[in-house]
Design a protein around this ligand. Structure first.
Ligand code: ADP
Ligand code: MG
Length: 596
């Protein structure tokens, strides 16, 4: 394992790297940087999203350009305005000690004359979307005849979006002896053709397997009736209180509709699709980036620019038409070393597509059940308990305590806790008590039978107060429990990790052992608590026909289009108040970034 120093970067860049807090190069950086620094060569690099490609081409480009000259020497083409701005931003950070450096972003939807003026001041590096770049060339607002380095970033996505001709055209205005560096997550035929036609004997590097999705993403699918799709989506969200997700739909219409419905039902949701104005899209993206939107409903094309690192879940509300697209979708989560979950809601007629996707991504899907109402109630309750437990006391409250205390003079602590939690619980309980089972069995002889055997009667379900935040995904937790309890791998099942807590099952015989082991138990300095959960883990499921319907029967009074986030979450009492920016607001808000 090498360091950035070993890769041969100069002191200015190394200082910026230290400032950024990068401790060691990622694999694509380790492979690409020395090649690009040491030789004038073309390069094809295949690596998934989130692997650090920007720095892989950014550092060498910064090392090689002459900042004392005002000539444009480097051109980076990227598919969307979003990415274009992101790359520009990163390049500025990487080059902050390169005195005289000027990086300019060129993209549609913003003043072309302003961009032209910035370039005229002398931009050594231009980061551009193909459409606007071509426009600028045609209007002679930019001179790229002295380019020495050109980068095609996210080449597969650029071609997907129909930029092939623009790219060809742009490259025809650059010198033939420049170096071209192509970065892509996948290598479809069109990308291979670009490499063949525009590059000279490119060196090739591959990180991970071609077309394989990021390894820290786990894939799950949920089988429901097509008409229950939306209900299923809501349950998946409710079962993951800290969700920060991108929900993919197939069409702009569905995208808009699902987002509107979610907003109406009190979720922090927003829509992102091509029928919205640039301004509307910016608003939604900004809200998403600030974690004010928890569920961003998007079309594939609109989502291409999303480059947010801590997306916890990708939800495929509908599967894409092209199976390849699934890789792009799931690549929106599990970025920058974090784990992520890609969920697919399928109806019976689509199940076979799961198999095709498995072949492409070379990973198995786990078939999971849409949680039933009581499971969700418990998850919500435990999540609240956790938040309260971790909440720092705001002493601004102190001055009101006398009156509050007098109100609760005759209330015992136990009663108070019960009342307090009932505020949240009753709302979910009332909504879900009559909810139906949304799961459809794949065939009559599926695992349902097996589950019943290990279902509610013979097994015990537990709650444990560690989860994703503590570095556990379901596999790691399973291994941890197996090791701690010295039992077999299959003795722990139905492991379900949430952000700050988890559930698992064992056979009833192990109950005493489990509880005894985790009494006064500490792991990495903190108490790990295991309790028997009332939630049977798919056991005591209700089959009531009724259900669905609007939460707490409240009428909505505002309907918003693109972005429904008004800082409100009407869905629940605790969640319903306007969001404050204060992170101790356990009921509603999710200043999620603060939790890691
Ligand atoms: P890609 O273009 O491959 O999708 P990015 O270049 O956007 O990935 O990088 C993803 C994230 O990882 C960014 O937030 C970036 O700042 C961060 N990153 C890049 N390289 C490193 C590194 N060596 N160490 C830590 N973080 C890194
Ligand atoms: Mg990138």
């Amino acid at each position: 394992m090498s360091t950035f120093q070993d890769l041969g970067l100069n002191d200015d860049l190394l200082q910026a790297i230290t400032d950024l807090g990068f401790t060691k190069p990622s694999e694509v950086q380790e492979k690409a940087i020395p090649i690009l620094l040491d030789s004038e060569t073309d390069l094809v690099a295949l690596a998934q999203t989130g692997t650090g490609k920007t720095a892989a081409f950014g550092f060498p480009m910064l090392a090689k350009i002459d900042v004392d000259s005002r000539t444009t020497q480097g051109l980076i083409l990227s598919p969307t305005r979003e990415l274009c701005l992101q790359i520009t931003n990163e390049m500025k950070l990487y080059g902050k000690y390169c005195k005289g450096l000027n990086v300019v972003a060129v993209y549609g939807g913003s003043s072309i004359t302003d961009q032209a003026r910035e370039i005229k001041r002398g931009a050594q590096i231009i980061v551009a979307t193909p459409g606007r770049m071509k426009d600028m060339i045609n209007r002679r607002l930019v001179d790229i005849s002295k380019i020495q380095y050109s980068v095609l970033d996210e080449a597969d996505e650029m071609l997907n979006m129909g930029f092939k001709e623009d790219i060809t055209d742009i490259l025809s205005h650059t010198p033939t002896d420049k170096s071209t560096w192509l970065f892509s997550a996948t290598m479809p035929r069109e990308v291979a053709a670009i490499a063949k036609n525009f590059m000279h004997a490119p060196q090739e590097i591959t990180v991970g397997n071609k077309n394989e999705s990021t390894s820290n993403v786990s894939h799950e699918y949920y089988l429901v009736n097509a008409r229950d799709r939306y209900q299923a989506l809501k349950r998946l969200a409710d079962a993951n209180p800290d969700i920060f997700s991108v929900v993919f739909c197939r069409t702009k219409r569905d995208t808009q509709k699902v987002a509107e419905n979610l907003i109406e039902d009190g979720y922090n949701a927003g829509a992102l699709h091509g029928d919205l104005s640039q301004n509307q899209r910016d608003l939604v993206m900004n809200a998403f980036r600030k974690n004010q939107i928890q569920m961003l409903v998007a079309t594939d094309v609109a989502a291409r620019g999303i480059d947010v690192d801590d997306v916890t879940h990708v939800i495929n509300y509908q599967l894409p038409d092209e199976i390849e697209t699934y890789t792009h979708r799931s690549g929106r989560t599990g970025r920058a070393g974090k784990t992520g979950v890609s969920m697919v809601i399928v109806s019976k007629s689509e199940v076979r597509k799961i198999k095709s996707i498995e072949r492409i991504i070379k990973k198995q899907f786990e078939k999971k059940d849409i949680p039933d109402g009581m499971e969700i109630c418990e998850v919500q309750l435990m999540s609240l308990a956790n938040k309260i437990h971790n909440t720092e006391i705001n002493h601004e409250i102190d001055k009101y305590l006398t009156s509050i205390n007098s109100m609760f003079e005759d209330t015992t602590k136990e009663e108070l806790i019960k009342k307090f939690f009932s505020v949240e619980f009753t709302r979910f309980y009332n909504y879900y008590k009559k909810s139906k089972n949304l799961n459809v069995s794949e065939s009559s002889s599926d695992r349902e039978g097996g589950r019943d055997f290990r279902g509610s009667k013979n097994s015990t379900r537990y709650f444990i107060n560690v989860g994703g935040k503590d570095g556990f995904d379901w596999m790691k937790l399973k291994d941890f429990l197996k090791e701690q309890l010295n039992i077999g791998r299959d003795d722990v099942f139905k492991v379900e990790t949430k952000d700050s807590f988890s559930f698992f099952n064992t056979e009833n015989e192990l109950k005493e052992k489990v509880l005894a082991h985790f009494t006064d138990f500490k792991h990495e300095g903190r108490f790990v608590n295991v309790e028997v959960s009332e939630n049977r883990g798919g056991g005591g499921r209700r089959n009531d026909r009724r259900g669905g319907g609007k939460r707490d029967g409240r009428k909505r009074n505002d309907k918003k289009g693109a972005s429904g986030n008004r800082g409100e979450r009407r869905r629940s009492e605790g969640n319903s108040k306007p969001r404050r920016s204060n992170s101790s607001d356990f009921g509603s808000s999710r200043p999620r970034r603060s939790r890691r």
